[in-house]
Ligand binder design. Structure first.
Ligand code: MN
Ligand code: MN
Length: 300
C-alpha cells in the first residue's frame, strides 16, 4: 500500500470514528433517528470527507441496512438495542465502523449481547496479522460468542476494502467456515462480528431506503448526461446512497423513482436484514490495515 493511500485510510477512519461518537452521544430515548443520521453525515461533510454509505441505524432484531427515509418520524424508544454503522471516505479510501448501545433502560440480555460482539471484535483484532486464515478469524468470533451463551450471525461478514469499493474480494466470516485463504499484508479490511440470541442467520425484508448504482449493468450509460438525478447518483461512484439525499431534487416522488430504477436494473435496493428468529442483534466494527505482525485500527 502506498503512503498516500494509508494516509487517506487513516484520515477517513478518524473522521468516521468521531462521527460515530457524535451519533452515540445524540441518540437517546425520544430522539428522532433522522436527526442522528443527519448529525453524523453533516459532521463527515464538515470535515471535508465524503459519506461512504448512509448511516445504518438498525434496531433490535434488525441487523443492518436501515437508514431513515426522507419523511421518517421514528424515534428511539426505551430498551432499543441500537446499531450505528458509519462510513466516511477520502478519495475513495473508506473507514467503516459500528457500535451498539441501548437507549433508555436496557432489557434482559441487551448489555451482554453488546459486550459479546465487542469481545468478539477485540479477539479478532488481537489475532489478525498477515498470514492468518479467514477460517481462523471466523473461528475466534464464533467461539467467543458461543462462550457467552450467544451465537454469531453466519450470513453476515466483514470484508476487504478498496478504493471506492466497500465490499471488495474478501469476506471475513463470523464463524469457522473452512476458508483457508490467508490475509495478505497491506490490505484494508473491516471486521464486524454480529452477536445474537436468535438463530444466527438474517433474512431480507422490506427496502431500507438505501440504494446503489449498478455501474457494470449494460445500458446504464445511455442516460443523458443532463439528467440531474442520474448525474448525482453517478457522483457516488457506485457507493451506497440514501433516498433522503435526493429529496431536495425530487421531493416526494423520490421513493417511487428509486423503486422504478431498481425494477429497471439501474439501481440495487438494499433490503433490511432481520434476524430469522427475531433475536436481538449487536454489532461491533472496526476497519484495519493489516501488517506483518498485526494490524493498525484506523477507526479509533
Ligand atoms: Mn459498517
Ligand atoms: Mn462493514
Amino acid at each position: 500500500m502506498e503512503k498516500s493511500e494509508r494516509e487517506n485510510y487513516r484520515g477517513a477512519g478518524k473522521i468516521a470514528a468521531k462521527a460515530l461518537r457524535i451519533g452515540c452521544e445524540e441518540a437517546d430515548e425520544g430522539v428522532k433517528l433522522i436527526d442522528v443520521a443527519r448529525s453524523i453525515e453533516n459532521y463527515i461533510k464538515e470535515m471535508d470527507a465524503n459519506i461512504a454509505f448512509p448511516v445504518n441505524i438498525s434496531i433490535n432484531e434488525i441487523a443492518a441496512h436501515y437508514t431513515p427515509g426522507y419523511n421518517d418520524e421514528r424515534k428511539f424508544k426505551s430498551g432499543d438495542l441500537v446499531k450505528l454503522d458509519v462510513g466516511a471516505h477520502i478519495e475513495g479510501y473508506i473507514g467503516d465502523t459500528a457500535r451498539s448501545f441501548v437507549t433508555g433502560v436496557p432489557k434482559e440480555n441487551e448489555i451482554e449481547l453488546i459486550n459479546c460482539s465487542q469481545r468478539a471484535l477485540n479477539g479478532a483484532l488481537k489475532a489478525i496479522r498477515a498470514g492468518i486464515t479467514l477460517n481462523e478469524i471466523g473461528g475466534i468470533v464464533e467461539n467467543i460468542c458461543r462462550a457467552q451463551g450467544f451465537v454469531s450471525v453466519r450470513n453476515l461478514s466483514g470484508h476487504s476494502l478498496e478504493k471506492f469499493n466497500l465490499h471488495s474480494g474478501i469476506s471475513v466470516p463470523n464463524f469457522a467456515n473452512g476458508d483457508l485463504t490467508k490475509i495478505r499484508e497491506g490490505i484494508a479490511i473491516a471486521i464486524e462480528p454480529f452477536a445474537t440470541d436468535g438463530k444466527g442467520m438474517v433474512t431480507e425484508k422490506e427496502y431500507g431506503n438505501i440504494y446503489r448504482y449498478r455501474y457494470r449493468q449494460r445500458g446504464n450509460n445511455e442516460h443523458s448526461q443532463e439528467d440531474p438525478l442520474m448525474e448525482i447518483i453517478r457522483s457516488y461512484r457506485g457507493l451506497p446512497f440514501a433516498e433522503r439525499w435526493l429529496y431536495d431534487l425530487e421531493g416526494k416522488r423520490v421513493r417511487a423513482k428509486m423503486r422504478r430504477l431498481v425494477s429497471k436494473g439501474i439501481l440495487t435496493g438494499y433490503r433490511v436484514l432481520v434476524e430469522k428468529k427475531n433475536g436481538y442483534v449487536a454489532q461491533s466494527e472496526h476497519t484495519v490495515l493489516v501488517n506483518k505482525h498485526g494490524c493498525e485500527v484506523t477507526t479509533r
